[in-house]
Design a protein. Structure first.
Length: 259
């Protein structure tokens, strides 16, 4: 099935691996993996990680095949020097880009035309937030904002900063080689999602749009999109069981860039 992806649209898919157990579906997902992925899948010690890996491969490949009439198993991936994959078909790069993220019981994949996208999902029960952790990863402004909050509000905002920061470095495609102290989000001053960069990054806040979502009671998600070439973006959120079901997902958007 081919779907149109319009300029300015972000299609964001969420899949909950624990909800997918149909052996026929799982067998079909297996057929989508290439030899390297099949080997990688077998390397996981725990069955739940092999399952999550399988669902992730199926999600990415079936999502990409919605935008280009080709079978999910046909996709190849070209990686940049920091490991960021781009979709390739018969040696050709595509006009659309994607980014995926996985955490306990959730996988997400975002797709957009011709620009950088970063997606991050986190299980908010995975770690207990603390200012000590924040001091290791966050900017002084972010730590200051957290330090003013009550314990519950701090736990909540900790994951807002974490997912936003991660989605930004993923959109930049550089992983942790992009120093986390070179940019800073500010969620404390307004309802907006503000970002500032130090001079090393040579980036401009006007070039970015951000979203914070809550795909489940234990999960937070953030999306970063480079809006330099196209200013107006909207996000369409879906829940997907690869090869079986796609439906609009009533996922609360907690905040988004105000433009
Ligand atoms: C590798 C990294 C890009 C994401 O790691 P992560 O948060 O553990 O994993 P996620 O599930 O969100 O994303 C992994 C996916 O991103 C993609 N990816 C890999 N390298 C990437 C890169 N350089 N840029 C963007 N995306 C990348 C891949 O598709 C990967 O999934 P796959 O290996 O199954 O194909 C990197 O940001 C990292 O190492 N983060 C560590 C987390 C951390 O300490 N964050 C600091 C707090 S803000």
């Amino acid at each position: 099935m081919e779907e149109e992806l319009k300029k300015g649209e972000i299609h964001l898919y969420f899949t909950f691996p624990n909800e997918i157990n149909d052996p026929h579906l799982l067998a079909r997902y297996h057929q989508f993996m290439n030899a390297e992925e099949a080997i990688q899948q077998q390397r996981f010690y725990f069955e739940k990680h092999r399952h999550q890996y399988l669902i992730t491969r199926a999600l990415v490949r079936t999502v990409l095949s919605r935008y280009c009439a080709t079978s999910p198993e046909d996709w190849e991936f070209s990686k940049n020097e920091y490991g960021r994959p781009e979709p390739v078909l018969s040696g050709e790069f595509m006009p659309f880009r994607f980014n995926l993220s996985h955490t306990e019981a959730l996988v997400s994949c975002g797709v957009v035309l011709e620009t950088d996208i970063g997606v991050d999902v986190e299980d908010t029960h995975r770690i207990t937030s603390s200012l000590e952790i924040a001091e290791n990863f966050f900017s002084p402004q972010e730590v200051f904002d957290l330090s003013r909050l009550s314990e519950d509000a701090q736990q909540d905002r900790f994951f807002d900063y974490w997912t936003l920061k991660e989605s930004y470095i993923k959109a930049r495609g550089m992983g942790l080689s992009l120093p986390l102290e070179h940019f800073s989000f500010d969620l404390g001053r307004s309802k907006n999602i503000d970002i500032s960069f130090d001079q090393h990054l040579k980036d401009d806040p006007q070039n970015w749009r951000f979203w914070l979502l809550r795909p489940g009671p234990h999960h937070k998600a953030a999306v970063s999109v480079n809006s330099k070439g196209w200013k107006k973006y909207e996000i369409l959120v879906r829940k997907m069981v690869p090869l079986s079901e796609i439906k609009p997902f009533e996922c609360p958007i907690l905040r988004q860039s105000i433009v």
